[in-house]
Design a protein around this ligand. Structure first.
Ligand SMILES: CC(C)(COP(=O)(O)OP(=O)(O)OC[C@H]1O[C@@H](n2cnc3c(N)ncnc32)[C@H](O)[C@@H]1OP(=O)(O)O)[C@@H](O)C(=O)NCCC(=O)NCCS
Length: 220
């Protein structure tokens, strides 16, 4: 059973669905989706299949698009229906999708099921000023905020990729966050985005304890 989450995106036209990982979803893959899974191990297969079930449900319920097969391009990015902008994330407990009309903009969602981002990963994924901002926080929330910052970069990556088609490294983006909001500022030109471009987002810890981030880029 999926549940609809509200308040993660500022605009409620962006639909967010969540569901627990489900082994039974593997049986419900379409033949074309199943054909992509031959080399997947059990955990990945469960995540992949749960994501497809959620996408199929969301596209049918909210966009009237029935029996859509969510396949991936060679670069692993998901191929959504032309009129829909979507984003998908899964971890070892749950899968989430965000969906909106493509004419509204593009979206990114990312879920993480861990308590914090370990310090030895900070330098690889963060700018010196982001690390300084984390160090200024109370120790009790620092690791959690570090994870939110990391997750926000992945969500932003998913929101920008349909527009740029370009890889973006972790140091190409600056993220500032407070208790529930994100400000993502490009540090270099990427595709149609100029250095200084700002995308906004939100983050929260779910009732089940996962950390969830959402980023949106409005406009066609
Ligand atoms: C693509 C990436 C962001 C996925 O994040 P993840 O934490 O590994 O995994 P998640 O479960 O959250 O998301 C996986 C989903 O992302 C989607 N995805 C993969 N590549 C994508 C892309 N280029 N654009 C948009 N979505 C993409 C897929 O739908 C995938 O699920 P699927 O394989 O079942 O279809 C990550 O693997 C990656 O490559 N990161 C490096 C680039 C980056 O994040 N840079 C930061 C820039 S500021």
């Amino acid at each position: 059973m999926s549940s609809q989450l509200t308040g993660l995106f500022d605009d409620e036209r962006v639909i967010v669905l969540a569901t627990a990982l489900d082994d039974a979803a593997v049986e419900r893959l379409s033949p074309r989706e199943a054909a992509a899974t031959t080399r997947m191990r059990e955990k990945r297969l469960r995540e992949y299949a749960t994501g497809r079930a959620l996408a199929r449900e969301g596209l049918a319920r909210f966009f009237g698009l029935r029996d859509f097969d969510l396949l991936n391009a060679e670069d692993r990015s998901p191929i959504w229906p032309e009129r829909v902008a979507g984003s998908l994330s899964h971890c070892d407990t749950r899968a989430w999708i965000a969906l909106v009309e493509r004419s509204w903009g593009t979206v990114g969602i990312d879920g993480e099921h861990r308590a914090e981002l370990k310090r030895d990963l900070w330098r690889h994924t963060m700018l010196p000023e982001e690390i300084a901002a984390l160090d200024a926080l109370d120790e009790t929330i620092r690791g959690r905020h570090a994870l939110a910052l990391f997750s926000a970069k992945e969500a932003l990556y998913k929101a920008q990729y349909p527009r740029s088609g370009q890889f973006m490294g972790f140091h190409a983006l600056h993220v500032a966050l407070d208790e529930d909001r994100l400000i993502c500022t490009f540090q270099q030109d990427v595709g149609p985005f100029e250095r200084g471009f700002v995308a906004r987002g939100r983050w929260r810890v779910t009732d089940e304890g996962e950390l969830l981030t959402a980023v949106w880029i409005e406009g066609p």
